[in-house]
Design a protein around this ligand. Structure first.
Ligand SMILES: NC(=O)c1ccc[n+]([C@@H]2O[C@H](COP(=O)([O-])OP(=O)(O)OC[C@H]3O[C@@H](n4cnc5c(N)ncnc54)[C@H](OP(=O)(O)O)[C@@H]3O)[C@@H](O)[C@H]2O)c1
Length: 253
């Protein structure tokens, strides 16, 4: 049975990816730092779905942690056929107010980890004749107003470049651009204000985002923006002059 590896599977969208993939008949490998939380989720998924749910506790900012996950992704004896690069967080601060350590952590998780893990996954997928990469970006990719937004824009560009390079192979690359989603992403002191700043109609459920992303993977679609509202907003943002989209706001999604 095909196995999917999901980073950031201890909460939010990653947990939902793990559930939907296991329900659809995939074995899953759950990656995040919170070992206990991963174990709880894996136990419930395994007993509810009958699929194998493995955990890999790793900090993607730690080079050793990242290499541990890369080795699992590249393991020829227990192949991964879907890599979901989902782990992420926002700083909720402008570049001038953040520390270098915070910026480096965010770069490691949002950029280095998806690049490293994709690099580890693709040779085996191509040799086996099937596989897919799914990267989680954000609607923020259309805003050039923060390092978070710049990294998410990179995730979109990276996935599009990968999709081009994979065009003559049986392997696909997809990027999903969620809008605001009800997860623990906005629990931090710096981002919690966003829950009241934005009306309820703008908040998506993880289930909707994940269903839409996995449907795009099945279709081999490269870019997907879940919900009609955010699809229209994304198209509008792409048309706006950069002087509007690059002005610093105080939120991230
Ligand atoms: N929620 C939104 O509004 C929204 C909108 C657009 C895009 N996104 C993107 O969606 C993705 C998932 O976010 P979410 O909303 O589900 O947030 P979340 O509920 O806060 O979950 C984030 C996940 O990332 C993991 N993670 C964070 N730092 C990590 C590290 N150093 N090493 C390994 N794992 C790490 C966390 O696990 P541990 O803490 O256990 O390590 C957790 O499982 C992110 O890439 C985010 O940028 C979210």
């Amino acid at each position: 049975m095909a196995t999917a590896l999901v980073t950031g599977a201890s909460a939010g969208l990653g947990e939902e990816f793990a559930w939907q993939l296991a329900t659809a008949g995939h074995d899953v490998v759950l990656v995040a730092r919170s070992r206990d939380r991963l174990s709880e989720i894996a136990d419930v998924i395994a007993s509810a779905t009958g699929q194998r749910a493995e955990i890999l506790a790793a900090d993607l900012t730690d080079p050793e942690g990242l290499e541990l996950v890369a080795a699992r992704v590249a393991d020829p004896d227990d192949p991964i056929s879907l890599l979901v690069n989902n782990a992420g967080f926002g700083l909720g601060k402008g570049f001038l107010d953040s520390t270098w350590e915070d910026e480096k952590r965010m770069l490691d998780v949002l950029v280095t980890a998806p690049m490293r893990l994709s690099h580890a996954a693709l040779p085996g997928m191509i040799a086996r004749g099937h596989g897919a990469i799914l990267n989680v970006a954000s609607i923020a990719a259309h805003l050039g107003d923060s390092t978070y937004a710049s990294h998410k824009r990179w995730v979109v560009e990276f996935t599009q470049a990968l999709a081009g390079q994979l065009a003559d192979t049986p392997v696909t690359a997809t990027v999903v651009l969620p809008g605001l989603v009800e997860t623990s992403f906005h629990d931090s002191e710096e981002l919690v204000h966003m829950r009241s700043d934005f009306p309820g109609m703008l908040w998506l459920e993880p289930e909707q985002v994940v269903t839409s992303a996995l449907a795009a993977v099945r279709r081999g679609q490269t870019v997907v923006t879940p919900s009609v509202l955010y699809g229209v907003a994304g198209a509008g943002l792409r048309l706006l002059p950069a002087r509007f989209t690059r002005r610093r706001r105080t939120g991230e999604a």
